[in-house]
Design a protein around this ligand. Structure first.
Ligand SMILES: *Cc1c(COP(=O)(O)O)cnc(C)c1O
Length: 499
């Protein structure tokens, strides 16, 4: 077959894969090193037939894929791909392009600037964040981790310009004990000290204003200079939302940059009914930078992280370096944006195409309906969990995320009373339960919440319907009893797993 034919065939194969996903397994059944064993040690000396290459994708690669687009995928957070976004990626590949300057392909820059404004409006961000404001603006980054890193670099540069006398080792990055690992990583990369402010069950793992004020007082008395705070809307563990309404005035009055990481939950700002819960007013009033990922719950395949800043000059003052070969008449005249100065690398993917395709194809109402459907399904799941005394919801559910665990049934035949079953034993029971689920082709993420072993269920695959919620519930329901028996047989877990 010629390559053009192979191209048409690829589209058919991709459609087949996605349409028949549900019939296949969710979790791959492979061992570490499986692919090295199956592949030759070297690049072939002479080129191979494309048919054979494409066939090996199906034969060797697909069996090693955890099927994130499967309707029964509820692990971590979703990365909801759509045909529109895949086609967008394909078209953008066809003009394969590093897009670093306006002049190296004007449409790459201009489409991104427009799509970022569409998105800012979709999420009801303040006008100051629009590219058309020429003050703030939006840029697409690879991931939320990059977005946070870029924001902290800009914050550091701003702080150093204002306080040149402060040595780097006295600077301090604030985040919380529930912040995504990107907080710690940013500190590692930049070689800066960090403080993870403790968040607790008492406040449902959300950061409160008074904790920020207390930390500021303490750290400043010790000679440190906190200069940035990474707050989260929808933490990875439990979907907690930091109190932006309380934190915002404190960071503003104390000269700290406020970066808001809403990687997963931020897209919910498309729905007016979640504005309050996501502190839209706080974002619009206080955020110096705000990030959400289309590539999680926003119908776009990986990667498409969107970052907005209140003042674009703070990005470019931190990141602009323009040797002669990167300068152009248009940039020197200030008539265009050069996105390379809004990010770490020089080159960049043409990601705005796929977001543009998705937003046009779904429209604002379609985008909202998809989010609302996921939230409704999550509510149905929560009703099932709440209706069964063998289960408990551990933290208040937010949007399409539920954090739960099992408890031993009260009629359990043991010589201990329910009250005697301590947390260590309960954790052992839940570990056994969680392990048993994987054998049933169900892949859920577990977390350790202050020593409590919990299971997360996040909904967001484009193909998930009510019947899949029933199915996941049936699996959970049927595994409680065997898990409890295994647990009892192991003397409440003490014979098997250490806590
Ligand atoms: C998933 C997640 C991230 C990391 O996302 P990347 O885009 O892969 O860096 C960051 N923050 C939160 C709250 C997340 O849920």
């Amino acid at each position: 077959m010629d390559l053009e034919g192979a191209g048409h065939q690829a589209i058919d194969k991709i459609c087949d894969y996605l349409q028949t996903l549900e019939e296949g397994k969710l979790v791959p059944d492979v061992k570490p090193g499986f692919l090295r064993e199956a592949l030759p040690d070297n690049t072939p000396e002479d080129g191979e037939k494309f048919d054979d290459i494409a066939e090996d994708f199906e034969r060797l690669i697909l069996p090693g894929i955890l099927n994130w687009q499967h309707p029964m995928f509820f692990a971590w957070f979703p990365t909801a791909g759509t045909y529109e976004s895949m086609l967008g990626d394909l078209y953008s590949s066809s003009v394969s392009n590093p897009g670093f300057n306006w002049s190296c392909s004007p449409a790459c820059t201009e489409l991104e600037a427009v799509v970022m404004d569409w998105s800012a409006k979709l999420f009801h961000l303040d006008d100051v964040f629009f590219n058309s404001s020429r003050i703030g603006g939006g840029v697409m980054q690879t991931t939320a981790s990059d977005s946070a890193l870029v924001a902290v670099i800009a914050a550091r540069a701003k702080y150093q310009r204002r306080h040149p006398e402060v040595p780097l080792e006295k600077l301090l990055i604030y985040f919380t004990t529930a912040t995504h690992a990107l907080g710690v990583k940013t500190g590692l990369i930049l070689g800066l000290k960090c403080r993870a402010l403790q968040v607790t069950a008492k406040n449902n793992y959300a950061l409160q204003g008074e904790e920020v004020s207390a930390a500021l007082e303490e750290d400043r008395a010790a000679g440190f200079h906190p200069f940035v705070l990474i707050a989260t809307i929808g933490t990875t563990y439990t979907g907690a939302v930091d109190r932006i309404d309380e934190i915002g005035p404190i960071t503003r009055n104390n000269g700290l940059w406020l970066h808001i990481d809403a990687a997963w939950a931020g897209v919910a700002l498309a729905c007016p009914e979640y504005h309050e819960a996501c502190y839209l007013n706080g974002i619009n009033t206080y955020a110096d930078s705000f990030c959400t990922n289309f590539h999680k719950w926003g119908l776009v395949n990986f990667d498409a992280s969107t970052l907005w800043v209140r003042d674009r000059s703070l990005l470019t003052e931190a990141l602009d370096c323009s040797p002669a070969y990167l300068r152009s008449k248009q940039s020197d005249e200030g008539t265009v944006v050069d996105y390379r100065n809004w990010q770490l690398p020089l080159g960049r993917r043409f990601r705005s195409v796929k977001v543009w395709f998705v937003l046009r194809s779904y429209g604002i109402e379609g985008f909202r309906s998809y989010l609302r459907k996921g939230i409704t399904l999550a509510k149905q799941f929560q009703i099932l969990v709440r209706s069964d005394p063998r289960f408990e919801i551990v933290t208040p559910p937010f949007l399409a995320l539920t954090v739960f665990r099992i408890r031993p049934p009260s009629d359990i035949q043991t010589d201990r009373s329910d009250a005697d079953i301590n947390n260590t034993m309960l954790n052992a029971l839940n570990r056994i339960f969680h392990r048993r689920l994987s054998a049933k082709d169900l892949f859920l993420t577990s977390i350790d919440l202050d020593g409590i072993f919990c299971i997360r269920l996040a909904i967001g695959s484009q193909r998930t319907e009510e019947r899949h919620i029933k199915k996941v519930w049936d699996i959970l329901d049927s595994e409680v009893e065997p898990a409890v028996n295994e647990w009892l047989g192991s003397n409440w877990g003490s014979n098997t797993l250490a806590d």
